[in-house]
Design a protein around this ligand. Structure first.
Ligand code: ADP
Ligand code: ADP
Length: 221
């Protein structure tokens, strides 16, 4: 589903050059649930951003759903991303002055789906994360775990083949973290969604199919 070949990422400023990723090659199968661990600054977010087509590597190839991506222009990349990939972040990234339902509809707005269809799909996504009773709330009226469930609903509303999650349980207490993890595991199992998750939590990582460890931009496991 995702194939990375000899990925290298160098960040350059006037005076400093940082080798953030050093020759990473990784094949992630359809339906796989992979976690990525490693100390702060080892390149986890950079790797996730490259997989999500939010950033481009300095060297190497990125193939998503059997399609090479290096020749796509910005507009094509955005379109591809919207169709294939759902994102979840540690700090939820919800829009606070939009109701829960409208937050979840956002990715569909970009696709120009009709209003009725948007409503239907968003309602179904919120049902999947167990939040049907909060659709008219605003994000500020929700607990952290509920906010992350809204974010998951927004990530899955367009039925993406891939979900990229950057420390999805990082801001949550253990019980809520496990709730969120259970939703992701169910999604992976029942819908076959390929999930790549960055985490600092060994217990969460152990629940996934495979663990990749980075150290200083290099894959060490
Ligand atoms: P992690 O997610 O594992 O904490 P990152 O992928 O954010 O690590 O960062 C990897 C390395 O690249 C770090 O050394 C960081 O300082 C550097 N880095 C990340 N983003 C930038 C940037 N925009 N400009 C320069 N250096 C960056
Ligand atoms: P938790 O203890 O799980 O963090 P909270 O105490 O924050 O949860 O919230 C308990 C319930 O009250 C939640 O289901 C949330 O939706 C609701 N709630 C919290 N704050 C507000 C608010 N300002 N307006 C309306 N409902 C709220």
């Amino acid at each position: 589903m995702i194939s990375l070949t000899n990925i290298e990422k160098v960040y350059r400023t006037d005076t400093i050059e940082t080798l953030a990723l050093n020759s990473i090659s990784l094949d992630i199968a359809k339906g796989e649930f992979l976690s990525i661990m490693g100390p702060s600054g080892c390149g986890k977010s950079t790797l996730l951003n490259i997989m999500g087509l939010l950033d481009t590597p300095t060297r190497g190839q990125v193939q998503i759903a059997d399609q090479p991506t290096q020749h796509l222009n910005d507009k094509q990349l955005a379109h591809f991303r919207n169709k294939k990939i759902g994102f979840i972040f540690q700090s939820y990234h919800l829009i606070n002055d939009l109701k829960v339902l409208d937050n979840v509809e956002l990715p569909l707005l970009y696709r120009h789906s009709a209003a009725k269809e948007r409503r239907l799909l968003a309602t179904a996504a919120l049902e999947k994360v167990g939040l049907s009773n909060r659709i008219r709330h605003f994000p500020t009226q929700l607990s952290g775990g509920q906010k992350q469930r809204v974010a998951i609903a927004r990530a899955i509303v367009g039925q993406p083949e891939i979900i990229l999650a950057d420390e999805p349980t990082g801001n949550l207490d253990s019980a809520m973290g496990h709730e969120i993890m259970d939703i992701l595991l169910t999604l992976n199992k029942t819908e076959g969604t390929t999930i790549i998750m960055v985490t600092h939590d060994e217990i969460m990582a152990r629940k996934t199919h495979r663990l990749v460890r980075l150290f200083d931009g290099t894959q060490v496991q």
